[in-house]
Every structure is written in structure tokens, then in C-alpha cells.
Design a protein around this ligand. Structure first.
Ligand code: SAH
Length: 364
């Protein structure tokens, strides 16, 4: 944006943004500004359907209205301060500064047939999983709906403008696997998902099936999400089938045990019809034994589920590393032999600290 970006206040909650509002709220906001309510749909179409942030292109809106809308409803929420890429430019990690100086990262991963945006729901994270870089600095704050949606729009714009290797494209998938625990920022995340899936002018018109919410296992929020009529994919960061080890790997397990988390996940699958994804970071000699694979298979058998094994990505100072190749293979085989669907996640973005668990939003 050239003309319309005004310095946002430095403190407090993020300034109100068009993307925080649903269609009716946007109409009311226009009326508050003394503008006709139909300007809401016009500007929303520019923002979401055409992905245009250049007011010069909004030929159906008079200049004074553009000024008003820009200064009151389109503050710049995300200031990109660094972007680095790898995989020949098809993986791009971007560091954004928020209005109060908080930092978040996103990762755009382009494949021949799709493009996935990995986005953040919080600045930092309060879940304290010892193998994850984000957790080490603790939680700074929740992101607003606008701050979440604008991460996707930033990626969508870059793709639409042909700025990403591979030509003009669109975002087909969004995964809440960046910084933060999405279900600990429940309301903003659910509102953001509605903006992503609702058709323009309200939203981006993405398929809910292309959206994945990944959680440490906050049981009440999993059950609540099941009732939202938003058939997004639920990913559960299990990482081990036994409570004793999970209490240390995913500390929130001391509150909700493996069996409670899985019960909530099966309820989610039965209400939404969506297959649950179980995330399991394979850590050498910690959780990668065949007996754990057998125990995991016993817990999952007969359910609508898929296991996504993630070779542990190194984080600074960690004493843990990824499993040996043969242990990973034995783990996969044990699950497959027991009829459990399993894939091993690629390590896209590892060389730029953009892979799972590596987002630390360090400013240098
Ligand atoms: N808070 C959410 C989303 C964050 S990260 C959650 O925990 O599910 C997405 C996935 O990456 C989670 O399964 C997380 O446990 C995993 N992860 C974190 N650190 C990792 C690391 N160093 N190597 C591999 N996976 C990691």
C-alpha cells in the first residue's frame, strides 16, 4: 500500500482492520465513517477477490472514501522485515513485525500441484514443548483475526503476482503449524478460518478441506471446534502413545491425557467426517522404539486416522536429534503392518530454519 498506510499505534491491541470484521460489521463500519454501506463489499472485493492493496486500482471508489477507509480500516498489520528462501525459491520464510514490535513468521511452500501457507496464530507460544524452538521464548501474545488472515493474504498476493518461483499461482492449503497454539487463541482462529473459507466479498473462498489446525491437544477446544460446522482437518501433536513420556514432550499432557485427547479427536472425526492427522516427531532413542509404534497402532486401530511422522528438526541447543534411518523405517513398517496409514513429512525449509518447530522469529 502506498497512500493508505498510516503508522499504527505502538502499544495495545492491534488496530481494527477490515479483516477482523464480517460482512455485516464491515457495512456498519462504513456507515460509522459516513460512507454508504455498499462500499464495504466494494473494498472487500478489491482486497480479497482481486488481492489488490493499491487504492489507485479501486476505480469504483471515490478518492475521499479511499482515504477514510484506508486510514480507519486498513492499517498495515504486518510489516515484512525479512524473507529468505530455499528449494530454488519454492520455499519462502517471511518474518513480520507487528504494530507493537512483536514478531511472527510464515512459511510458503510451493509444490507442483499446490501451495501451502504455514501460518502463526500467536507471537511465541505458551505450551513449552522442549523440542520446539517457538516454545523456548514463551508466549508474547495472541494474534488478532486480521493479523492471522493477513498472513495468508500476503502469500496469496505474492503468488498472484508471480513473485514466487513457478509462475502465477494461488494458495490452496493453509496449515496452522507456524508459531503458537491455535486452540489457545480459539476465537480469533475460528473467525480467521471463516474469513478464509467464506466466499468473497466476505472471505477468500478457500476450501475448508485445505485447512489444517494443529494442536497440542486442548480437549475442550477440540470438542468446541467439532461443533463449528467448519470441516477443517484436525492434526493432533501426539508424539508418543504413553502418558509418562508425553508429560515431558508435550507438557499440557499433565492436564489432558493421551486417552482424553484421542477421545476428543475421534469425536471430531465422527462429527466432521474428516480424517484425523496424528503428528509424531521422531526423536532418536526417545520415542522411536518399535514397542511405541506397536502401542500407537493399538490406540489408533479402527479409527479415521493417518499418522504423519516428522523427522525431528534440529533447534538451537537441543540435545535431541532425528531418529536413525533404520529406526524410522522400522517405525513406519510397524504401523503399516498393523493397517495404520502413515507418511513421513518432508523437511522443507530446514536449511532456512523454516521447518516444523524451527520458527523462532529471531530478528537477525
Ligand atoms: N502448537 C501446534 C502447532 C505448532 S507446530 C501444535 O503443537 O500442534 C506443528 C508441528 O510441529 C507440531 O506437531 C509440533 O509438535 C511439531 N514440531 C515442533 N517442533 C518440532 C521439531 N523441532 N521437529 C519436528 N517437529 C516439530
Amino acid at each position: 500500500m502506498v497512500d493508505l498506510v498510516f503508522e499504527a499505534p505502538r502499544r495495545g491491541k492491534p488496530p481494527r482492520h477490515l479483516m477482523d470484521l464480517d460482512r455485516e460489521q464491515r457495512r456498519a463500519a462504513m456507515t460509522e465513517l459516513g460512507l454508504p454501506a455498499f462500499r464495504a463489499d466494494q473494498v472487500s472485493n478489491h482486497w480479497l477477490a482481486r488481492l489488490s492493496d493499491d487504492p489507485a486500482e479501486w476505480s469504483d471508489i471515490p478518492a475521499p472514501a479511499k482515504e477514510l477507509i484506508g486510514s480507519h480500516l486498513l492499517p498495515r498489520l504486518l510489516d515484512p522485515i525479512r524473507a529468505i528462501d530455499c528449494d530454488n525459491g519454492t520455499t519462502v520464510k517471511t518474518l513480520f513485525k507487528l504494530h507493537d514490535g512483536a514478531l511472527v513468521e510464515t512459511v510458503l511452500m510451493r509444490y507442483p500441484d499446490r501451495a501451502t501457507m504455514c501460518i502463526s496464530s500467536q507471537a511465541g507460544c505458551g505450551m513449552n514443548c522442549p523440542f520446539c524452538a517457538t516454545g523456548q521464548a514463551g508466549l508474547t501474545r495472541n494474534l488478532s483475526t486480521g493479523e492471522i488472515v493477513e498472513q495468508v493474504i500476503a502469500g496469496a498476493r505474492a503468488l498472484a503476482r508471480g513473485e514466487i518461483q513457478g509462475g502465477v499461482g494461488r494458495v490452496s492449503n493453509v496449515v496452522f503449524m507456524g508459531m503458537g497454539e491455535p486452540l489457545a487463541n480459539y476465537n480469533a482462529v475460528v473467525r480467521a478460518i471463516r474469513r478464509l473459507v467464506n466466499e468473497p466479498p466476505e472471505g477468500l473462498g478457500m476450501s475448508a478441506r485445505g485447512i489444517t489446525v494443529s494442536t497440542v491437544g486442548l480437549v475442550p477446544q477440540i470438542r468446541q471446534l467439532a461443533q463449528e460446522k467448519l470441516p477443517v482437518t484436525l492434526a493432533v501433536s501426539l508424539h508418543t502413545p504413553d502418558d509418562k513420556l508425553r508429560d515431558t514432550l508435550v507438557p499440557v499432557n499433565t492436564r489432558w491425557k493421551v486417552s482424553e485427547v484421542l477421545d476428543a479427536a475421534w469425536e471430531y472425526a465422527s462429527v466432521t467426517g474428516r480424517r484425523i492427522s496424528i503428528e509424531y516427531a521422531l526423536i532418536k532413542d526417545i520415542n522411536d522404539q518399535v514397542w511405541r509404534a506397536e502401542m500407537l497402532a493399538d490406540l489408533l486401530r479402527g479409527q479415521l486416522v493417518h499418522v504423519n511422522l516428522i523427522p525431528l528438526n534440529p533447534t538451537p541447543g537441543s540435545k535431541w536429534t532425528a531418529s536413525r534411518r533404520e529406526d524410522e523405517q522400522a517405525f513406519v513398517r510397524t504401523l503399516r503392518d498393523r493397517g495404520i496409514a502413515v507418511t513421513v513429512r518432508d523437511t522443507r525449509g530446514r536449511d532456512i530454519d523454516g521447518a516444523c518447530g524451527q520458527l523462532a522469529a529471531a530478528p537477525v
